[in-house]
Write a protein that binds this ligand. Structure first.
Ligand code: DQA
Length: 145
């Protein structure tokens, strides 16, 4: 099984970026715990971060037929991007939406997620552990199907 993990704008600044909201772990720390968990689960994982909406759309399109599941934290594009929603709807890859912070308890504009309707589940407010929960969820849904 191979999972693709996509991270949107400013997540490369984790550790420096609003640590009271996102914690002090860096983006490299996040990648390391994801890779360790993939090893533990015995699956392959690819992690991609971009600050550009079109790059994320391109990466989703390129994943078609090549991956079994997608974990997405589109960051600010969550709240704005119909293009990401359309890419998910077009390709129908099992996807889980992840947010490090609890978006529903923050500013009202963060309660809107364009991609949610194309995802199996949303995990929000569990910090970096949310990515690992999303991996477990996709692995278990594959086993059951
Ligand atoms: C985020 C929440 C978004 O509202 C914000 O724009 C981000 C990160 C999160 O992981 O909590 O950049 O997706």
């Amino acid at each position: 099984m191979k999972l693709l993990i996509l991270n949107g704008p400013n997540l490369n600044l984790l550790g420096r970026r609003e640590p009271e909201i996102y914690g002090t772990g860096t983006y490299a720390d996040l990648c390391r715990i994801i890779e360790d968990h993939a090893n533990h689960l015995g699956i392959e994982v690819e992690i991609f971060q971009s600050n550009h909406e079109g790059d994320l759309v391109d990466r989703i399109q390129a994943a078609y037929g090549a991956i079994d599941g997608l974990i997405l934290n589109p960051a600010a594009y969550t709240h704005t991007s119909i293009a990401l929603l359309d890419a998910l709807l077009a390709l129908q890859i099992p996807a889980v939406e992840v947010h490090i912070s609890q978006v529903d308890d923050r500013e009202p504009f963060r309660r809107i997620s364009y991609i949610r309707q194309a995802c199996l589940a949303t995990i929000s407010g569990h910090g970096f552990a949310g990515y690992l929960e999303a991996m477990d969820l996709l692995v278990n849904s594959e086993v059951q199907s």
